[in-house]
Every structure is written in C-alpha cells, then in structure tokens.
Design a binder for this molecule. Sequence first.
Ligand SMILES: [Fe+2]
Length: 183
Amino acid sequence: MNREEAFDSVKDNVENGNLVKHMLATEAIMRALAGRFGEDEEEWGLTGLLHDIDVELTEGDMNSHSKLGADLARELGASEAMAHAILCHNETHGVPLETKLDKTLFCTDPLTGLIIAATLVRPDKKLAGLEAKSVKKKFKEKSFAAGASREQIALCSEIGFELDEFIELGLAAMKGIAADLGL
Ligand SMILES: [Fe+2]
C-alpha cells in the first residue's frame, strides 16, 4: 500500500471532512514522531492516516470500531504492527497497548482534537499564529474540548515525552499541513 492508495481508501470510506482532517492531522504527527524516534515514517504515518477509517461504517458501534478498521487496513496491505495499533486505539476491546507504535497512536489521537479546537477559538481560526503555550493552557481547562482526553494525551510520557514537548511537536507537525487541514 502506498500513501495514495491509503488516502483514496480513506476518502472512499469517510464522508465527513472533519474526520478526514483528523486523520490527516494524526498522520502528520505520527510521521514527525517516527522521524524523532528513527522509526519507519511511512508505516507510522499511514497508521495515523487509516486509524479511524471505519468510523462511519461502524456507525458509532464501539464494539466494531477499530476491529473493522484493522481489517480494512490489513486488506490494504498494512503490517500486523499497524493493524494492532489501529485495533487497540479503541479501549473498548481491552487490547493492551504493547508497542511504541500502539502507544504513540493512542496519545496522538486526542492531541489533534485539542489543537484543532484551540485553533477554532482563535479570531482568525488559523494554525499559523497558534502558540504551544496557548494549547497547554487549553489542556489545563478541563471543560475545553472535553472530548480530547487529557489522560490519554498525557500518556505521551509512555513514549518518553514531556507534555510540553509533545504539544510543541504536534502543533509544529500540524502547522506543516495547515493548508490540507484548511486551518
Ligand atoms: Fe482518531
């Protein structure tokens, strides 16, 4: 599977533009983290890009979500490591996070939502002027973008990141694809 095939499949299976953007943002951060760790940027990026491919197909059924996604990813040619990371990012299944890839997807997923929400409350609604310190402030406001699990983001400690550094890297990665995100 190359990146184009993966993205085509995302577009075939996901109508909601915001969900597609969430997956693009996750991809961008996963690529940056893979680069930092000396891991396979393509494998990690595509794991992020594909991780929620089944959200519309599973129609909110959390018992199916990410099981189907892992199967779809395998059909596209994803490695078992990628499929496992996709499967266990939904805690419903009780599949433990084992690898660094698993843990990285898990803590990156909600970070994108926090950063997008922090962007959308800016007057210009643009990522360019958003500073990491503003995102950190929003992190501490529990009621802000409450769906972005702070506990889950804080698990960046499991991959050796301080929260501040994790937010900085995630923000920079998302700024790099701001045009694709429309932000
Ligand atoms: Fe997600």
